[in-house]
Design a protein around this ligand. Structure first.
Ligand SMILES: Nc1ncnc2c1ncn2[C@@H]1O[C@H](COP(=O)(O)OP(=O)(O)OP(=O)(O)O)[C@@H](O)[C@H]1O
Ligand SMILES: [Mg+2]
Length: 122
């Protein structure tokens, strides 16, 4: 998928802040299939974004990557200014995030699954 979308938010004072969610160069492959191809995406706090595309175009993959349910092959995902997929090592260089780091940043993100009715009585 080649998801690049114009950011509808005009550069107002509020939007010069760090985006709540930032994808930079995010690539996800399943074998030979490249689902996310160097995806750049910013979502500001309070902004509502609809991701539209045909079945199989990678919408759920994008959300699963944001939830750390999928590892990405390239790029960085930031949540509220903090790298989700990476963490700084002792020298300040970004290295792939530990499971513990991912859990701590993931606490800021929630997802309702496509088949959300996991509990039939609810
Ligand atoms: N675990 C996996 N292993 C291999 N291929 C996968 C895996 N998960 C998803 N894919 C493939 O990645 C592509 C993107 O799938 P994804 O589920 O992100 O699409 P989608 O846009 O959410 O589709 P839908 O509209 O049907 O929900 C599809 O071609 C799918 O077959
Ligand atoms: Mg889906």
């Amino acid at each position: 998928m080649n998801l690049s979308m114009p950011n509808p938010v005009q550069p107002t004072e509020a939007s010069v802040e760090e985006p709540m969610v930032r994808f930079r160069g995010v690539t996800k492959r399943y074998g030979d299939l490249t689902v996310l191809d160097h995806l750049d995406l910013d979502v500001q706090a309070g902004e509502k974004v609809a991701i539209i595309g045909p079945s199989g175009s990678g919408k759920s993959t994008l959300l699963r990557a944001l939830m750390t349910l999928e590892n990405i092959d390239e790029g960085v995902i930031m949540v509220d200014g903090e790298p989700l997929t990476h963490m700084p090592d002792a020298g300040g260089q970004l290295v792939p995030a530990s499971a513990r780091h991912q859990r701590s940043v993931r606490g800021k993100v929630g997802m309702v699954f496509q088949s959300f009715n996991l509990f039939p009585h609810m």
